[in-house]
Design a binder for this molecule. Structure first.
Ligand code: CDP
Ligand code: MG
Length: 808
């Protein structure tokens, strides 16, 4: 690997800095990430405040008066007939039995861990018990309870529910706050918010002034925000001895949290659920009589499979579907649930088997089963919508007099939310299509049947933006059990797992905490952008810290690519990278692609690298497949540009309704191409949100046809992954690569050949002494390209660089 002294990174830093200041003076993008980036400019760390001054006698009198009013109002509601009815319901929940024990433990200990089955009343009751007891003790006006939820929808629906249980409108004593939205009044004493909202408050108010209780809900999910929050709160506790911290979780690994907080007491709310029968794909197919009738339908099982099955499968089995199951299972290597295994598991892809099979199972339930609502776990909003459209066209499932079909998702309107909890009229079956948020955070009482596709989109690391992460992955055994459990709330239930038993056996026991599955480089950027102090020091305080050597490697890498400066502060480039939910090197490509107006091909390259190679390499047709790929890559000397060409060709073919044939003849996976397509759309909106592309699609693609420029941007992203190319037929002296793999020799994965000039200008950083030479090179580069558009960018950079040189 060669580290060259020149490069364009500093220049880009300057460009981005100017971009930031222009945006903020214009004020045009008030809600975008740019303004968020602006409030965290400066890299300084938040510090603990002085203790609060004592309250004046007058203020104390007012507070007391208000507390008494609150107490009267609460009593009045509880004595009313509606209030009585509500109390009766609340007293039927398992949590009620533990009310006094819970309250006592909370008042006696700074930290308490509470666990209990989903639906036992943790989220709606525990915060309310605290509020009620404070009000009863005439401290109502001075208490301030914050309860965090991992998702917007639960923060909103729970606050509404709790307000209703207290006979109030939302925004009175109970409110909520999620990103860009909230209902909170001056007298709100119990606030439900997303974890991200509390993290942001901690940025400006490290002491959580005036807060009396913090309740962190759903900690078993081990989301990154929650793990982050726990580190910050743990640091805060000694500074705020009066603050109470309550951790709540559905499943039982309370010990972990308890020992993290020096043996905090654990309380369990015992609950009761009915048994649920689990059906795996083998029995489901037999039971429901699902049959594949044509070869095309086999393609439902993922194109990769189709190649293999063509030869073996069709002839030898009595039932085609049974063999498809076996094949998929055979092809997957379940010995170790690593990244690699995930890839091989992908040949058993529920996204693609999904829709017809789900429709079939739903039909089966509607025709043959006892009454009861059906909850279907899907991976994401897009899937849910597509399936909903398909089901609506079905004669039985789409008939509103027989089926009430509802989608359930984080960003839906609250009027639609309420429908989810309502019971449908007799004779109408409710079918809910939901994401994994229905696993624990919301409870729907009439569910008797669960259909589980086995995958979920993992939540993202992006704490500030809360952007959903992009790829669906297999769930854990704990999640599968949790999903199954949803069917046993009111009577014995049935769960249909749409994957073979052995796939279930290959699931991990618990999902790895998000903090440990998030790429460390991205995580380090996040810590800096949230101003949480030194990276290594901060991470060492986590519940399950990552290894320190890997942390150091990540920091060094971030310095090399110019995202952190020598003192580990975020550079402007680093700040932008922290807002994009992709690896830093890919983020850098996207940013440069936007600045240099060649966005389309760069988005395809980045999407391709984040999903997987769309080129298929079936074992028995390796030669054919390789020559098919060579058609795309040979001329370009680039795996990355091959993906760009293949994608462009596919888009073209799709428009002529011949996408399928195109994939077939070129050994491409339509499924992967579709995933790339959807990622590209997400990238575009993200970049638009950060304000880097505020133009229309055309103008961000002014130079997209210029493969020299595209190559140079790929080089900037993949640097320092460089080696010199010795193959005589390659006209370029350098190869930049995405990955090095050591098998028996070292192999480079995904490489692109690049020229000297691209390497000099886009690879690495400028050294101090190198400015002059760098400027000369820029001149040469400009001539080389003869691009007035680029010339303008460079001229302005040059001016700034000149000033920089003069000021030094
Ligand atoms: O947090 P946990 O899973 O322990 O339960 P919860 O969310 O507090 O819900 C307790 C009970 O309140 C559920 O079993 C539902 O019956 C009811 N509930 C409701 O009727 N409407 C809501 N929006 C939320 C909860
Ligand atoms: Mg809950």
């Amino acid at each position: 690997e060669v580290i060259l002294p020149f490069g364009l990174l500093k220049d880009v830093d300057i460009l981005l800095k100017r971009h930031l200041s222009q945006k903020s003076t214009k004020g045009a993008v008030s809600n975008s990430s740019i303004s968020r980036a602006d409030d965290i400019l400066g890299n300084q760390e938040a510090s603990y405040d002085q203790p609060e001054p004592p309250i004046s006698a007058t203020k104390e009198r007012i507070l007391r008066q208000k507390s008494l009013e609150l107490c009267d109002r609460q009593q009045e509601w509880q004595d009313s007939p509606e209030g009585q009815k509500m109390l009766e319901f609340r007293r039927s929940l398992p949590a009620y039995q533990e009310r006094e024990i819970l309250l006592k433990a909370i008042s006696k200990n700074q930290v308490v861990v509470i666990s209990g089955e989903t639906g036992c009343g943790k989220t709606t009751q525990v915060p309310q018990y605290i509020l009620e007891s404070e009000i009863e003790a005439a401290r109502g006006a001075s208490c301030n309870i914050i309860c965090t939820q991992p998702r917007r929808i639960s923060a909103m629906s729970v606050s509404e529910r709790v307000a209703a249980e207290r006979g109030e409108q939302i925004g009175e004593s109970v409110g909520y706050k999620v990103r860009l939205e909230g209902m909170k009044g001056r007298d709100t004493r119990l606030l439900f918010c997303t974890t991200g909202v509390l993290l942001r408050r901690l940025l400006v108010d490290r002491n959580l002034r005036g807060v009396s209780h913090v309740i962190v809900d759903e900690i078993h999910e081990r989301g990154m925000n929650e793990d982050f929050l726990l580190i910050v709160l743990k640091d805060l506790l000694p500074h705020r001895p009066d603050l109470r911290l309550i951790l709540m979780s559905a499943t039982l690994n309370a010990e972990l949290f308890s020992s993290y907080f020096r043996g905090a007491p654990m309380l369990h709310i015992p609950g009761f659920t009915y048994p649920v029968r689990a059906h795996f794909l083998e029995n489901i197919l037999e039971m429901t009589g699902y049959r594949l009738t044509s070869y095309n339908q086999i393609d439902d099982y993922g194109q990769e499979k189709a190649w293999k099955m063509q030869k073996q499968t069709l002839r030898k089995r009595k039932s085609q579907i049974a063999s498809a199951v076996e094949d998929a299972v055979e092809a997957a290597d379940f010995s170790d649930y690593s990244h690699r295994t995930q890839e091989s598991l992908s040949c058993w892809n529920p996204d693609s088997i999904g829709f017809n099979l789900i429709e079939h199972v739903l039909c089966y339930i509607c025709k043959n089963e006892r009454p009861g609502a059906v909850l279907v776990f899907m991976t994401g909003w897009e899937d849910i919508n597509t399936l909903k459209d398909q089901l609506q066209a079905h004669p039985l499932l789409g008939d509103p007099s027989r089926v009430l079909l509802l989608a359930c998702h984080g960003s839906m309107a609250s009027s639609e939310q309420r429908l989810i909890f309502n019971r449908p009229p007799d004779g109408v079956r409710k079918i809910l299509l939901a994401t994994n948020m229905a696993e624990t955070s919301i409870t729907i009482n009439d569910v008797v049947f669960v259909v589980d596709c086995g995958k979920a989109k993992e939540t993202s690391y992006d704490a500030l933006n809360n952007t959903p992460c992009l790829l669906p992955t297999w769930i854990s055994k704990a999640s599968a059990r949790q999903r199954r459990g949803r069917a046993g709330r009111v009577q014995p239930g049935d769960c249909y797992h749409l994957y073979p038993r052995c796939v279930y056996d290959a699931f991990t026991d618990y999902q790895l905490p998000e903090l440990l599955r998030t790429p460390l480089q991205s995580l380090c950027l996040q810590i800096k952008s949230l101003q949480l102090g030194g990276i290594s020091e901060f991470l060492s305080k986590a519940l399950q810290p990552p290894e320190s050597l890997s942390v150091q490697n990540a920091i060094d890498y971030l310095k090399t690519i110019g995202a952190l400066d020598e003192r580990e502060n975020l550079t402007v480039l680093g700040r932008h990278l922290s807002m994009l939910p992709v690896e830093p090197k890919l983020g850098k490509m996207l940013i440069l692609g936007a600045i240099f107006k060649c966005l389309d091909p760069i988005m395809t390259v980045v999407a391709g690298l984040s999903v997987r190679d769309p080129f298929l390499m079936p074992y028995d047709k390796k030669d054919l497949a390789e020559s098919a790929k060579a058609q795309f890559s040979a001329r370009e000397f680039s795996d990355h540009l091959a993906v760009v060409r293949a994608y462009e060709g596919w888009k073209c073919a799709e428009r002529q309704q011949s996408g399928y044939e195109y994939c077939w003849t070129n050994f491409l996976s339509a499924q992967t191409l579709k995933a790339i397509d959807s990622l590209r759309k997400q990238f575009f909106y993200l970049l638009k949100d950060t304000g880097l592309v505020d133009l229309d699609k055309e103008s961000c693609n002014m130079w997209s046809h210029d493969q020299h420029l595209v190559r140079a941007i790929i080089c900037a992203g993949l640097f320092p992954g460089v080696c010199s190319a010795v193959e005589p037929e390659i006209p370029y002296p350098w190869l930049v690569f995405n990955d090095k793999v050591k098998v028996n020799a070292v192999f480079l994965r995904d490489s692109t050949a690049v020229s000297d000039s691209a390497m000099l200008l886009f690879g690495g950083r400028i050294s101090r002494g190198g400015l002059d030479g760098h400027l000369k090179m820029l001149g040469g580069y400009l001539e080389f390209f003869m691009k007035p558009e680029l010339a303008n960018i460079y001229l302005s950079i040059k001016q700034e660089l000149d000033e920089l040189v003069l000021s030094k």
